[in-house]
Design a protein around this ligand. Sequence first.
Ligand code: MN
Length: 147
Amino acid sequence: MNSLKKYWKKRKFEKTPEPKGKVLKTSKNRFVVQEHWAKIHHFDFRLEMGGVLKSWAVPKGVPEKIGLKRLAISVEDHPVSYINFEGEIPKGSYGAGTVKIFDKGKYELKEKSRDRIIFVLKGKKLKGDYCLIKFKKANQWLLFKTP
Ligand code: MN
């Protein structure tokens, strides 16, 4: 079940400029990568899916070359309206720091199961076939580009 409960619970919307959002019924098959200068710099990779943005924190960023495998940690679903979010999450708030869009665009879903998502990214910087594979360990995935 897709839900924004965890997303809402972590944030105080009177303090953060992040959108409160809601679960939507439609999907436009978009993705976004947001660079996030939080306590630990990382990238957030999000796929619009099932009325929310399925989200992963990718410490080293989405690989642009074949052969690079990157750890991706699944995090709470974000609202679809987060796809356009850029700004400054204030000090003391969850995820405090600057967020900037690194890339966004459409994607094409090729395959999806509980532990495997195969898709094609059609962004400005990120293009081509990608695979996300879930480890046995909770929340940990591997993200890589395929030929
Ligand atoms: Mn983040």
